[in-house]
Design a protein around this ligand. Sequence first.
Ligand code: PNS
Length: 163
Amino acid sequence: MPERMAICPGSFDPLTNGHETIMRRGLALFDRIIVAVTINLKKTPLFTTEERMAMVRASFPDEPRIEIEALDGLLAAYARSRGAVAILRGLRAPSDFEYELQMAQMNRHLHPDLDTVFLASDADGSYVSSSIVKEVARLGGHVADMVPPHVSAALAAKFSGRP
Ligand code: PNS
């Protein structure tokens, strides 16, 4: 049987428990997952590409079926070049769906063999996003139960001494 590999793309600025769970669950569905960390974001990221990639690696230190790469350019072209059978994304709430559907349809238009597989996020984290985690952490709020411990430490280091 040919290997079935999925791309799990995202900015992961920073990685949350929700992202980590989607990747873990994806390992039950696919032989291999490439986590594609986007380099060019619309907004300047809090964490560098290298820091964001290291966060994913730190969550899966002994998992050879997870690879982490930087994504610079069009996801559909990248997925095609790597021979992916699917794009893996999590859906937290109905509000995610409009944007995710648009991206899935565009990616299928660009690469008709490529499907997007959506996994429903766990309900208890459906309000958590990287953006809101950053805002709460910046203002001194508690985010340790929303992100992996190494991300919590990285956020604390980033915001230490800042107003
Ligand atoms: O975690 P995010 O920021 O919601 O992820 C968005 C992402 C990375 C999936 C999307 O911006 C993307 O695919 N970027 C790569 C460039 C691209 O192909 N854009 C067109 C998408 S249809």
